[in-house]
Design a protein around this ligand. Structure first.
Ligand code: ATP
Ligand code: MG
Length: 305
């Protein structure tokens, strides 16, 4: 579906004449030949793992442009799945391109098709979200015993790797490192742990200089033959908690640059977090769209329109 109002193009769902591999909560994924995928990032927004009924204008473009920046930025640390984001270089059927160019522009990536590992690589530099909940209950997060007396959203001395399962439906479940080892093997688990922490550190140093704290994030890795590559999206406001640095103060919830705006609204209306998600008020949609574009501007100097 393509809705156009003034210059805003909102993409809720694409219908391309290619084999559909799947629709995730946010991405439409098509096969391009045997080895490649066309990943189209829509403007769908999920919160608490439920897709909400309203698209957020420009969101898919923001996520795509930010990920593109990071794939390049981390290319000395890890191989990744990106082949190109330039539609003209994707060698797609010319009729497909002609018909869908407007909708695909800026939000599509041709990537190498990998076998995603069944573990989500979460890194936390601050104790927030489900980490804060676990810490309050047990004093630990995913098997990492943390010092006593940490405040909500407090910075950790060192970032920690807190893997989660990749659930096909519903919430991902936090697991400890031993459980990750059971799922992917010792060598791979160590490798994705060390890489995730390294990427997080390098990325958050960069973001901090631009006034953004990356509180935590989730990476995905996949196997291409025997080779481990970084896939999916990287350090976006969807896969991470981004906080404005100048307003940071431990001991409370942080004002947010990203979808916390939506999360807060949903908490306020006491939605039971079961599908379907409630419609969002126009102000929340616009505020969220502005927040996503502001992050893109600040982080990677890209003006999205
Ligand atoms: N290079 C790749 N090869 C194979 N799969 C990939 C690749 N890059 C990303 N993926 C998969 O594509 C999907 C991305 O879609 P999206 O972000 O919408 O999904 P999600 O909502 O996070 O998860 P789910 O697919 O479980 O709903 C993820 O399941 C991810 O594992
Ligand atoms: Mg995803």
């Amino acid at each position: 579906m393509l809705a156009e109002s003034n210059r805003t193009v909102t993409v809720w769902e694409t219908q391309l004449p290619l084999p559909l591999v799947g629709r995730g909560k946010v991405r439409d994924i098509y096969a391009v030949g045997e080895d490649n995928l066309l990943i189209v990032t829509s403007d769908r927004l999920s919160a608490f793992d439920v897709v909400l009924p309203n698209p957020i204008p420009y969101k898919g473009k923001v996520l795509t442009q930010i990920s593109l920046f990071w794939f390049d930025y981390f290319s000395d640390l890890t191989r990744h799945h990106l082949i190109t984001a330039d539609l003209d270089q994707m060698k797609l059927d010319s009729r497909l391109l002609e018909k869908h160019k407007n909708e695909l522009q800026g939000r599509s990536m041709l990537v190498k098709r990998a076998k995603p590992l069944p573990v989500e690589c979460v890194v936390r530099g601050y104790v927030a979200g489900s980490g804060w909940k676990d810490y309050q209950k047990t004093g630990a997060v995913c098997g990492h015993a943390l010092p006593e007396g940490l405040k909500q959203c407090e910075k950790l001395a060192e970032p920690i790797f807190t893997p989660a399962t990749k659930e096909t439906s519903g919430h991902d479940i936090n697991i400890d490192f031993e459980e990750a080892v059971k799922r992917v093997g010792d060598k791979t688990a160590r490798k994705i742990r060390d890489l995730s922490i390294e990427i997080y550190k390098k990325g958050s140093e960069y973001a901090r200089k631009r006034g953004i704290l990356i509180a935590d994030t989730k990476f995905e890795f996949g196997l291409l033959g025997n080779e481990l590559i970084l896939i999916d999206e990287v350090l976006t406001p969807d896969s991470s908690r981004f906080w404005p640095k100048d307003q940071y103060e431990a001991g409370r919830d942080q004002p947010s640059l990203d979808k916390q705006i939506v999360r807060n609204y949903l908490l306020e209306i006491q939605w039971d977090q079961q599908p379907p998600g409630p419609p969002l008020p126009v102000e929340i949609i616009e505020k969220t769209s502005r927040a996503y574009r502001e992050v893109c501007r600040r982080l990677v100097d890209k003006e999205i329109q």
